[in-house]
Write a protein that binds this ligand. Sequence first.
Ligand code: 5AD
Ligand code: SF4
Length: 520
Amino acid sequence: MSTTRHQSRALPALGEIAPDAVSRPAPGVADQDGAAPKLHVVTFGCQMNKYDSELVEGRFRKSGYVTTDRLEDADVILFNTCSVRDHAEERTWSWVGELKQAKRERPDLVVGIMGCMAQRVEEEIFKRAGHVDLVAGTRQFHLLPAMVEELKARRAEPDRFRAKDLRLLATDMAEDVPVDRSGEEYTGGLHAHLAVMRGCDLSCTYCVVPTTRGRVRSRPIEELVAEARWYVSQGVQVLTLLGQTVNSYGEDFPAPQVGPAPEAGAARWTGRQGRPSLADLLRALQEVDGLVRIRLITLHPSYVTRALAEAIRDCDKVDRFLPLPAQAGSDDVLRRMKRGYTLDLYRERVGLLREVVPDIELGSDWIVGFCGETDADFEGSLAFLEEQGFVLNYIFKYSPRPNTRAAERYEDDVAEDTKKARHKRLLEVAERTQRARLQRYRGRELRAFIESVSERDGRILLGRTHHGLPVSLQGPAELVGTTVHLRVEETTAYGMAATLARGPARIGLHSAASEALGGQ
Ligand code: 5AD
Ligand code: SF4
């Protein structure tokens, strides 16, 4: 997964969209002139953060706020932060720092920090950035609207509250994050994210996530199906299911009581000791009418099972693409990373996937320059990337993170120059491999779901093939939201260009299981 930044887009308040279904600005929320207060969220990091930012924006809108795309206009500015590498945190500090002057000029402004950095740094944030008012951890951000109101109430009574009482912190890890999107409008278009679980129960030695996101809590299948239906009712056709190790979904549920055998036709879960698993969730989502594509981020090799492979095979809404990070191509490095597999075990799991779904494509994340990584270890990564033919690769230089096992136990002994050189070499091999992998599709007919019109050129449509591969083609905007047959004309290391082969597919992908995939 790459680290990116996203910002709020301007949206009207719920009240302005649907007068009957609305929450008007809650008492005390509206400005003196009656205008709805404005929220701007800057999101760093992974897709999970994007999802959380959407939830926060939804909650604020329900409390009478509008979102604005202009940071300067906002009454409340929130940063949803990432801690996975030092660089991500430094970028956040510099953005937050930029607001110091604005806060001096507009003391009413509310500045809040949420997400992984909030969870990791907690009240130290107030020390380093005195103009920050709110800090909400990865399982407390739903409280933010109430925290803002509390802050405003305290500010209104300067005699009662001292400066330190005007900073609010909520970083408790215990709670689930309640998700209630009823009455909300989804304005993100055809595509949406759905966090099926939170946290991570593994302990990869380089990774800060288990400390910032806590232990795994999977959400019940019925709740996820309900959220998927809500999304579809809002126009969504493509859902990306999110989890730090999304294929460990359900492992944290209590094992079902052993009872009488389920009646014929009743659900029989496929997870460990009869728990619901990702395979079961995929099968349930396959049945959601109107949902066309289902994607997954991110899998872990240890939880690849035959049941999962079979669910992907049987559910034609599920993309034949899995991000399955290898991280390194040396057993020694993998052991020090505590990844829980060897290269052979990884090969075995991929063998299982390919046996059941022969045309599956895989992506990987890589860390170069991890503690003790020798030239020979690194050569292993080059070789493994090529051997597995990963079609999408994200490559990172190792960045020691506070309170991780690697930072505490191992020396960060690969020189920065060496990390840079290895990053460059691995990227070259990745591009060569991706190019070769994508070239195999040249001249073939495929089906693709068209997602948008290119922002750069209104004649170009952008979509993804059944294998999750980006494709561009010339065609009318009406094809957005439909499945088309196309012929791949050209490929690069990052995607393909195609022409329409037979016009729009008249059937939805979900009902097209029996249709040949153009020789894929
Ligand atoms: N340094 C560099 N990269 C890291 N990742 C996670 N922790 C670190 C770290 N300390 C990478 C892994 C992970 C991706 C999201 O970020 O490759 O899969
Ligand atoms: Fe971090 Fe490992 Fe969990 Fe991924 S699986 S979030 S790398 S600890």
